[in-house]
Design a protein around this ligand. Sequence first.
Ligand code: 4AD
Ligand code: MG
Length: 434
Amino acid sequence: MTRITIADAGRHVGETVQIPGWLYNLRRSGKILFPQVRDGTGIMQCVAQKNALPEETFNALRHLTQESSLIVTGRIREEQRAPGGYEMDVEGVEVLQRVAEEEPYPITPKEHGIEFLMDQRHLWIRSRRQHAILRVRHEVIRAIRDYLDSHGFTLVDTPIFTPAACEGTTTLFETKYFDDDLVYLTQSGQLYNEATAMAFGKVYCFGPTFRAERSKTRRHLTEFWMVEPEMAYATLDDVKQVAEELIVYVVGRVVENRRQDLATLERDLSKLESVQSPFPRISYDEAVKFLQEKGSEIQWGGDFGGPDETLLGEAHDRPLIVDRFPAAIKAFYFQPDPERPEVALGADFIAPEGYGEIVGGGQRIHDPDLLLKRIEEHNLPREAFNWYIDLRRYGSVPHAGFGMGVERVVAWLCGLEHVRETIAFPRMLYRTRP
Ligand code: 4AD
Ligand code: MG
């Protein structure tokens, strides 16, 4: 007997096949049962007639409980009104494990509170919406890789255990590394990317990063995935151009390939279709003026708060690029603007609809003396940065790169309230379980 996936049902119309899956839902109507079976690729509406099945099978199915595992056998038929466009007329059922009545599946179609659902995250990911979000995430990741792989970037992954900070010392998770040594979980692969860019030209790393920030917001995770491209012989302008192209490509791929999932999420597609080049561009100075006019308390020299990012993003139908931030609020490695050394050659991309910063990056200091000065000003341990300074001693060139957070992008594309639903097992200030 041929086993198929529900996504593939269209190629088996008229055939009798098997679908291994789980019971998603069951409606009963006298002598007919309408079990819905899910298999991870879709949901199949099945029809089981009492007179077409052995009595034992019909009765077993009739009393089957939600999320019991089963293999259904039956004929596939086209049905316009069914969710996936096909139905199965059931000819047989094999139950692998029946969920006990006394301990039913905890997530029912009724409304549950978010903390309860988060505690049940290992099961919640089976639900239609969560499933759709994680499929969008997969498409986002695939699209990022496809874009970079086809534009001359080499994937060179960077370490997770690191001896020093990258984005600032206050947000490091520290862990014991044998005997008495301490290492930190990486906040960004950037510093290592700068080394690999000098070896390969254009590189990217793509992996989990960690921030021990005590931020309890809808945009922050303590463990998140970041893609970080880095380019030798490149400037801030290259960062803006590549990040913009990458975002347009990723959004296009999701709209094209995950239409069904976006429909499940009731996402307004027109909001994604407007994400085309060119993106609006303003300076930090202009952004501060704009925010002050909107009533924000921000002063020149301050960092944007969450509400500031929301105000900036809401003013446009596509990401906004803000550049040239005060050097004092940026990390030690930013190249200063030669015409205005008090500002850094960095840029942030602020998503529309209130999703906040999705990309941060810029040009790195390539002069060894200036870099040393910054390392001292930031009280960073010189010893740990010797290798990084070497990159400025042996064939230093202007170079630039950026980081894009996968979860923020997925939250935006799916139209979600909070990043916690964009990753299978979120890690946040007050959540490390399940
Ligand atoms: O702006 P960030 O901190 O930049 C860097 O780490 C640079 N070293 C990257 C580089 O130039 N190679 O972080 C980059 C992006 C943000 O724009 C945001 O999308 C995401 O990473 N991000 C977070 N996502 C979820 N939770 C958090 N706590 C995040 N912090 C940053
Ligand atoms: Mg940033």
